[in-house]
Design a protein. Sequence first.
Length: 131
Amino acid sequence: TFSKNVGDFGCLAFCYLYIACKLTNTQWDDIEALRIIKQAMEMKYLDDDCFVRDPCGLMKLATGKKFDVSKTTIQNARSPYVCMRYEKNGKAHWTVWNVNGGLEWNSLDFSNCVVNGTPNLNDVRDVVLRS
């Protein structure tokens, strides 16, 4: 179902929304974020299981602004905020990192991957707002 898939697999999509908010000074409540996720699924930016097909489309839907997303390392990130994947025993969870200060935001109150795992510094998603 929608709620289970978003809860179980929506962490990367929510990270993109968080970064889009930070870079554009936009704010939404949780209900609006879920509405955006649902609409992004209808537009095929996300699969029904929350796999992110088009992160730029998702963020443009949410903010009206254009973004570039690239897969890079933390050392080569251009943005102050990146999507960072924590890994533990074959499981993973996406968070938002501030490249100057580490963990910025986690969509979960508790994540075993974050608490007991390690961040993958060589596989981040760099999100840049186009000028």
